[in-house]
Each structure stands twice: as C-alpha cells, then as structure tokens.
Design a protein around this ligand. Sequence first.
Ligand SMILES: Cc1cc2nc3c(=O)[nH]c(=O)nc-3n(C[C@H](O)[C@H](O)[C@H](O)COP(=O)(O)O)c2cc1C
Length: 193
Amino acid sequence: MNNLKIGVAITGSFCTFEKTLYSLKELKNVYSNLFPIFSYAASSINTRYYKADEYINSVSKLCGNKPIITLTDAEPMGPVGGLDLLIVIPCTGNTLAKLHLGITDTPVSMVAKAQLRNNKPVLIVLSTNDALSANLKSISELLNRKNVYLVPFGQDDYLNKPYSLKSDFSSILDSIGYALEGKQLQPILKAIV
Ligand SMILES: Cc1cc2nc3c(=O)[nH]c(=O)nc-3n(C[C@H](O)[C@H](O)[C@H](O)COP(=O)(O)O)c2cc1C
C-alpha cells in the first residue's frame, strides 16, 4: 500500500459516476490516502444515476476522508499543499475549459489551481460529448501545460456522439504512476470499448 496523498476531484459527468466509483475502489487498493473533492454540480444535482448526497457518501466512505464541497474547504490546499497528485475523475467539458482558462469558481477548479501553483501533477480523466468540438482547444492547450496529464482517450461512440471523447478507465492506474514521475502515459489515443 502506498501512502501518497491523492486528491479525487469529481465533476458532473453523471453517467460516468458508477464507473468512477469502481475505479476508486481499484485506486484505494493501491493508494490508502484518497481525498474527495466535488464540483458544485457533482455535489448538488440529483440525476437518474444517483442522488447527490448518496454519491457523496459512497465516495467519501470509500476514500475514508471528509468531502471538500465548498471553496472555503478547498482554499487551504493552496498554502498548505499536501496532495501528491490530483485526479479529476470524471472531468466534464465545463471543468476542462475552466482549467484551460484559469477559472477557479468551483472546489475542483480551486484545488487544481492549488496543485499547479505548488508544481504538483493534475491528471484528467476526460468524459465529454464536446471534446472534438467546443473543448478541443482546451484539450490541445492542456496537453502542453506543465504538470497536466491526460488519461489516454478515444471516441466512445463515434456514430451517435461524433464529438465525444472518453478516457480509458483501465489506463488510470498506469497514468497515475507516470504522472507522479512527471510523464504522460502513451499512446495517448486509445480505442475505447
Ligand atoms: C444527467 C447529466 C449528465 C451529464 N453528463 C455530462 C458528461 O458526461 N460530460 C460533460 O462534460 N457534461 C455533462 N453534463 C453537464 C455538466 O454536468 C454541466 O456542464 C455542469 O455545469 C458541469 O459542472 P462541473 O464541471 O463544475 O461539474 C451532464 C449533466 C447532466 C444533468
């Protein structure tokens, strides 16, 4: 078991919540210190997938730490630092654009800002229908950003969602290992099934 501190930042790609929970269980087997952070959308919107409170409870119980759901909770991450890596899982197009443009108005974007300020890695697990349209600029910019890494991704349903990209969830653990060493896992383009 590894004692590194991993921030788990969850944003509003609600259809990926179940897959995310499964990945967090795998993560917990390797990294004992997981710190959950939720965007306002993720912590407040009830959907057909999950009730917001239920999901926060499940993730927090699994991580074993209190959830960060406000900017006030998130702010100390800057001066105090302390996370070895922040994984944004899943990352919406909205949060991706915020990371690109330096907008810090949610707990997730705030902690990401703190990570980058402290020269620590941020790893992005993409899940957005707009990746090959409105968000493509953000992806290309973040691929070139110091300390930002992406879990390899591909088109998850090119017939019905031609602009959609999703990260390959089976590459998450390897991507974390690479990001902790300051490297991007390759190949970055994957066939998603
Ligand atoms: C049921 C539902 C599913 C959604 N799925 C996605 C998604 O997979 N990817 C995405 O980028 N946005 C998705 N959205 C939209 C985001 O939740 C919305 O843009 C929100 O403002 C994101 O805020 P956040 O990035 O701060 O979490 C979904 C919204 C709803 C209600």
